[in-house]
Design a protein around this ligand. Structure first.
Ligand SMILES: [Zn+2]
Length: 421
């Protein structure tokens, strides 16, 4: 019997609570503005006759019952989820995507009875400030998105990129009095530096050597093989072209200008049948008349020299070829300088919408022919000055033979006397 009585009381005491299963009997706390309805064994909203009976945690009075409202927690700010924009580098006119990763979950409770964590819509605003760069980059204006495509400016230097994120709260119905704005969180932001750098292989403009060099590595005198007498040859100048960065532009830098010339003069010691003399006494008297004939230039204003059938002057030939060289340098220097100065003043503004201007090497390719034409023109001008093509006379030879004659002539003048018996 004792066992049956125990079973009866257990069933009797638990039965009402099985019928209102959601709330423990009684709960430790029903929540603000709710009261424990012992008969129903539940938390109930307050009874009311008007809205003023239902404060602060009720929306208003309906059907003599305070309607529950949503009380929003404070302190659920917009949260950064990581990633985001970072300090970075990008080449000028380079494209870059910035990504802002945020979320905003808020929380409300309605008394002790219900709760939710709705997510707010986020609005994104993007800003750039100059930090050493003279120009801004360009956006695609999709300012309400969490990612944005940015094209760097055509200049190097830093730009600060900033995102500002703000929430646009929704579902603000049934808000508890005095808590209506708590869901509207303060904006948050992040700001980083993007450094705009030069494309790979491009450099800053600066001092450079634009002078003309006149190398003559292949000079050979006295030469065992040069024939006849001597020769002078000259090459079109070689030069380096580089486009370097300067203030949002590429400027042309001409350097290493080399105008090569070469002189060959026959070595008198290795030329059978020809005799180089430097004074009348070098000539045997048997040959004095021949030597006088050989060393006499009868017309200084034509482009032929002395006959030199047997006797010649090594020193006169060297002077002749050196005269060619000094004349050529004189006539080539002026137009070549114009070409160098002209090319060196080319400046190409970097324009991000014109891809050929965004890299030093593509600018160099684009301007190759223009610069070459400057130097070609200098070459043509110098050739015309050196020997006017509109005259039959070879002016270069005329001037050089005058120099030859200034050395050969005095020897010839001392002959046939002054020869060695
Ligand atoms: Zn000559």
């Amino acid at each position: 019997m004792k066992i049956k009585i125990t079973a009866f009381f257990t069933i009797f005491l638990l039965l009402p609570c099985f019928m209102t299963a959601a709330v423990a009997c009684p709960p430790p706390y029903c929540g603000d503005c709710y009261w424990w309805h012992n008969g129903g064994c539940e938390c109930r909203p307050a009874h009311c006759c008007s809205d003023s009976d239902c404060s602060p945690c009720f929306y208003g009075c309906e059907d003599c019952t305070c309607q529950p409202c949503k009380c929003w927690d404070t302190g659920d700010p917009i949260e950064k989820d990581g990633g985001l924009i970072v300090d970075d580098e990008v080449t000028l006119c380079g494209e870059k995507q910035f990504w802002a990763d945020y979320d905003d979950y808020d929380h409300w409770t309605a008394g002790g009875a219900s709760e939710d964590y709705p997510e707010d819509l986020l609005l994104f605003y993007w800003y750039q400030t100059l930090s050493g760069n003279p120009e801004y980059g360009t956006w695609d204006n999709s300012h309400n998105y969490n990612n944005i495509n940015w094209q760097a400016p055509p200049c190097i230097g830093s730009v600060r990129i900033k995102d500002v994120v703000d929430d646009e709260p929704d579902e603000m119905d049934l808000t508890c009095p005095g808590t209506g704005n708590t869901r509207n969180d303060s904006p948050t932001s992040d700001e980083k530096t993007t450094t705009v750098i030069l494309p790979e292989g491009c450099e800053h403009a600066g001092p450079h050597d634009t002078s003309i060099h006149w190398p003559h590595p292949d000079d050979d005198y006295p030469s065992p093989t040069a024939t006849p007498f001597g020769s002078f040859s000259f090459d079109a100048a070689t030069y380096d072209v580089d486009f370097k960065y300067d203030n949002c532009s590429w400027v042309c830098e001409i350097s290493d200008v080399n105008a090569k010339t070469t002189i060959l003069v026959r070595d008198p010691a290795t030329w059978p049948g020809h005799v180089s003399v430097s004074q009348a006494s070098d000539v045997p008297c048997d040959d004095a008349l021949l030597a006088k004939y050989d060393l006499t230039d009868n017309d200084l204003f034509d482009d032929h020299g002395a006959p030199r059938t047997k006797y010649w002057s090594y020193a006169a030939t060297v002077a002749h070829e050196e005269k060619h060289r000094s004349d050529w340098k004189y006539y080539y220097t002026a137009p070549l300088t114009i070409a160098i100065v002209g090319a060196d003043s080319i400046s190409v503004e970097i324009n991000c919408s014109e891809p050929t201007t965004t890299n030093c090497s593509s600018v160099e390719s684009a301007w190759y022919n223009v610069i070459k034409s400057y130097f070609d023109e200098a070459w043509e001008d110098a050739l015309r000055a050196f020997d006017d093509p509109d005259t039959e006379l070879d002016e270069a030879e005329m001037w050089a033979y005058m120099i030859s004659a200034s050395i050969e002539g005095p020897i010839a003048a001392d002959l046939p006397g002054g020869c060695s018996p």
